[in-house]
Design a protein around this ligand. Sequence first.
Ligand SMILES: N[C@@H](CCC(=O)N[C@@H](CS)C(=O)NCC(=O)O)C(=O)O
Length: 217
Amino acid sequence: MPIDPKSPIEVTAFGWVPDFARGQVRDLRVRWALEELGMAYRTRLLMGARPASYYREQPWGQVPVFKEGPVELFECGAIALHIAEKDETLLPASEVGRKRAIAWLFAALNSIDGPAMAYVSAAFFHADQSWSAGASAAFGEQLAQRLARLGDWLGDKEWLEDRFTVGDLMMVATIRGPAILERAPDNVVAYVQRGEARPAFQRALAAQLADFASEPT
Ligand SMILES: N[C@@H](CCC(=O)N[C@@H](CS)C(=O)NCC(=O)O)C(=O)O
């Protein structure tokens, strides 16, 4: 769905980020979920220092924030689940299927994102610190183990369960960063490529990249 300035759904995003972050900012996950359901949205682009009022919307001043009438949410997992609950596109009809999908949504954000962010933070964001090499080796090993187990789970399956769900959406979005993916086995890399090949993902990515048109502040 194209971005529609009149849409009742609003998502916050950044108007500019450095090149390494383009295509990685977490509003992408919300855009992707909306695209899977064919729902239009508008963006509110943030630039530079966040106004004090934004911390009443997102306690840490981060993106994304999602608004749909009285529903105002932060945390990409909560937002993705809210969107997924609208129909069966991202959540199966059966109770067991829904709960399995939600378990994978949590798995992406807890069991994978934790080690992934620890590794990326130590190896890249703190590369100038004396402890960086040791910490990135330790966190990188933990991440590689998590990704190897994920590969064992996947085997030759297309998706984590028997169909694409919000759990796959969040898992693919969590591990698709190049620094993370280079530690993943081949079948996990192929899994991410399958997710990224979905037309809804491609539309979401193009929309995020198009929003980085502002000048840095
Ligand atoms: N747990 C939050 C994390 C959000 C987050 O890390 N947002 C980043 C962009 S990907 C951000 O806004 N960073 C700027 C900052 O922390 O000031 C979520 O999943 O929504």
